[in-house]
Design a protein around this ligand. Sequence first.
Ligand code: BG6
Length: 482
Amino acid sequence: MPTENYKFPADFVWGATTSSYQIEGAVSEDGKGEDIWDVFTKEDHRIFEHHTGETACDHYHRFKEDVKLMKEIGLHAYRFSINWARVLPDGVGEPNPEGVEFYHNLLHELHAHNIEPVVTMWHYDLPMALVNKYGGWGSRQIVDDFEYYARFILNEYKDEVKYWLTINEQSIVVNYIDRKNKLTNEQKFDPKFRYQANHYMNLAHARAAIAVHEIVPGGQCGAALDMAPYYPHTCDPKDILAAKNASNFKNYFYMDAYIRGEYTESVLAYLKRQGLMFDIQPGDMELIKKGSECFDFLGINYYQSACVKAPTPGAARRSKQNNKIGKGGHVVYEVQPDLFEGCKNEFIGDTDFSMPIDPVGLEYVLEDINDRYHIPVMICENGFGAYDKLEKDGSIHDPYRIEYIREHIKAMKAAIANGVKLLGYNPWSTFDLLSTSNGIAKRYGFVYVDRTDDDVKECKRYRKDSFYWYKNVIATNGKNLE
Ligand code: BG6
């Protein structure tokens, strides 16, 4: 039977996703503590043209209306994150009752509409209090404090949430350490810092995963990793070796720690050779191993694939940068000295923001993960960022988004046909929200939020064409993709 004729299992979960800082707004209301995004969006203008999440899409005040829209589209699940500083303004210690109540209210609303919550504990927004106290992920103390936070929310919401994700996109936090963190100067110029921080994240994740199993009846624990397949530029063995190196360095290094409870040997050897090795204390690897035994499913955020070739001798280390202006071109490719160098894949096109569009890559990663780890997977993000236009009659025509999601759903069908245990699909994003790189102008949602970067207006919601299309996909369990 051709793979396109395969069906999604009857219990397949169709959802959609967001994150706290990118949707909530109300950044200094009702006792919320400051988080790093509150600070660096203002101080060093990390988001294109100085945009902040002060209002975002005002979800904090409109969550009831938003849940009704989720119900209308037919979502089975909704993935969102808890803002750590909203519930624990100082990162640890005294909780903020109004913040705690906000998430109870949201969860109550979701359950009243029969929507399963999938909750991320930490999606980039670290409490400033912990950065001021000891430099955030730069100190081993964060492992205890993350566990404190995890145990607090698990005890608080254990009867309302079964699916927990500990950390969003750990590999992105590590690879873009300066863009996703509020760093001290010392941290900024310490090349080892990101790998030490990564080790602390693995310890923190493990403690939280153990806590999910201890505290939540029937609790299921995962983490959401950014995932791109790394293709060789040519069949020159040196390019093929570069692609293998990139897969180890960018993907397996993180998955091996979560799922197998160990570090990928070739990556450790590379870090040692480059003088970038981090400190591992006695007991750390035992904890990471124990955490892996409590890891039930892998969340993957899939947007794009990547292409690499043998590194140019002597090329300096740098990270990838897509264009921020939405006009194509302007990509700076990643270099890891003596390991691999990014380059353009001539076989696939890309978005106006230079993200390669590659649905086949989704099939590739899903099957690769299944063959290597035999673990259930939940797609926690996948989506198309674009400039959408609100027409005078309130319609928004987004055929490019429909096309993108349709092709990725077909890739999911093929992966299921090839044995992948795919639990669900949560495209990014439920409604328009603040892009972490491009502000509100780059939109991903099924629901249009009427505001611009300069004028928050009333944040009125409008249904896009993709809203009606996805509703039909869900109603037919992925059968009708037209
Ligand atoms: C994912 C993140 O990497 O990509 C989201 O988990 C993010 O937080 C999304 O918003 C889209 O990327 P961007 O750069 O447009 O925000």
